[in-house]
Write a protein that binds this ligand. Structure first.
Ligand code: NAD
Length: 361
């Protein structure tokens, strides 16, 4: 009997993106509705954060987790980590719908994956939530130092993005000094705020925007940045646009308006369509530092936690993001391909090479 359309389209999506497994988690008692997506485990267990967000539809939630989990595979691969790619989403408003019971129930679903999926924080979840998950399963990172974890990964994530920005600036301007460069940081949450600090410490001119007005004025004041409205981001002249909130802000409409020379930020999946919009940016002469290359600091921190945390080693690995970004930009130039294509090529080669190792004695 032919399958109904929804089921058919879910499987075709999985096939198109190359996913291994999707787990739908439902628990009416706690109100939990979540999806765990495991994309690829060639290099190791799939590690990815859990995002809690008030998605408009189940389709939006599924699309988000499929795209995010695939990006994790590429992020781990290009960063040289022995991890696969996965991600989870919980449908709901983190300020309204979160509870200890909901997070712990979700922890039990992770436990049932028997180590194939390990989680951490993402948008809408915190270290406290990871502590609740830890009460049910060991397969969680980003835990507080007080219970043997590595603490908040977001300063490390910001440090990696900062390295990526510097590598891109070096490519365009011949040196990586940020003094006097202007940067728009969109989204000044955990990563964004830490990034603003690093940029201001190096005397960059920083514009900030956020949908949370209170936070916006606080952060602007604290670091001497200029608050701007979210609507004016793409019309503003600045050297660097740093998306640090939601994905897909780079699309056909925004590219037409963009006036910056570089795009480099922490948000995952910044390009609405990787190939089409990656190429449009290249054609317009805007240097795109691929998101998953430069936002790997948080993942590095979690990986270190699994391997026996060392702050020094974590920072060393995070500083390597500078060279990883330079390598991507070099390949993009040499082969006349977009920067995202170049990054994908490097990541896919590592996965293919290690697959060969694992298939032999
Ligand atoms: P966060 O929830 O702490 O901060 C996000 C901020 O963006 C909030 O202040 C929110 O109000 C704001 N925001 C949301 N939508 C917005 C919009 N349309 N315009 C402007 N501002 C908006 O999240 P975070 O941990 O800082 O992560 C930010 C991004 O970086 C996410 O895409 C996340 O997936 C990615 N990332 C995070 C880490 C990490 O370690 N936390 C690591 C790598 C990548």
């Amino acid at each position: 009997m032919p399958l109904q359309k929804t089921t058919e389209s879910i499987f075709s999506q999985l096939e198109a993106l190359g996913h291994k497994k999707i787990v739908f988690c439902s628990d009416p008692d706690t109100g939990l509705q979540a999806i765990i997506a495991i994309h690829d485990t060639t290099l190791g267990p799939a590690l990815g954060g859990t995002r809690m967000w008030a998605y408009k539809s189940e389709t939006d939630a599924l699309n988000d987790v499929l795209r995010l989990s695939k990006a994790m595979t590429y992020k781990a691969a290009i960063t040289g980590l022995n991890l696969g790619g996965g991600k989870a989403i919980i449908i709901g408003d983190p300020r309204r719908d979160k509870s200890e019971a909901l997070m712990r129930k979700f922890g039990r679903f992770i436990k049932n994956q028997n180590g194939e999926f390990i989680t951490a924080e993402d948008m809408g979840t915190t270290m406290k939530d990871m502590e609740y998950i830890r009460m049910e399963t060991q397969y969680v990172t980003g835990l507080p130092e007080t219970i043997g974890g590595s603490g908040d990964p977001t300063p490390v994530a910001a440090q990696g993005v900062f390295m990526g920005i510097k590598a891109a600036v070096k490519e365009l301007y011949g040196n990586d000094n940020l003094a006097g460069k202007s940067v728009i940081v969109q989204g000044i949450g955990h990563v964004g705020e830490n990034l603003v600090k690093l940029l201001r410490d190096e005397k960059a001119k920083v514009y900030v925007s956020d949908i949370n007005e209170e936070r916006l004025s606080q952060v602007a004041k604290k670091y001497g940045a200029e608050a701007i409205s979210n609507n004016s981001i793409f019309d503003r002249d600045a050297d660097i646009y740093s998306p640090c909130a939601m994905g897909a802000t780079i699309n056909a409409q925004s590219i037409k308006k963009l006036k910056c020379a570089i795009i480099a930020g922490s948000a995952n999946n910044q390009l609405e369509d990787e190939y089409e919009h990656g190429q449009m940016l290249a054609d317009k002469g805007i240097l795109f530092a691929p998101d998953y290359v430069i936002n790997a600091g948080g993942l590095i921190n979690c990986y270190s936690e699994l391997m026996g945390f060392s702050k020094k080693r974590t920072l060393q690995l995070t500083e390597n993001i500078y060279d990883a970004t330079r390598n991507v930009l070099k390949l993009s130039k040499a082969e006349n391909i977009s920067t995202i294509e170049a990054a994908n090529k490097i990541a896919e080669k590592r996965i293919a090479d290690i697959k060969k190792v694992k298939s032999t004695y």
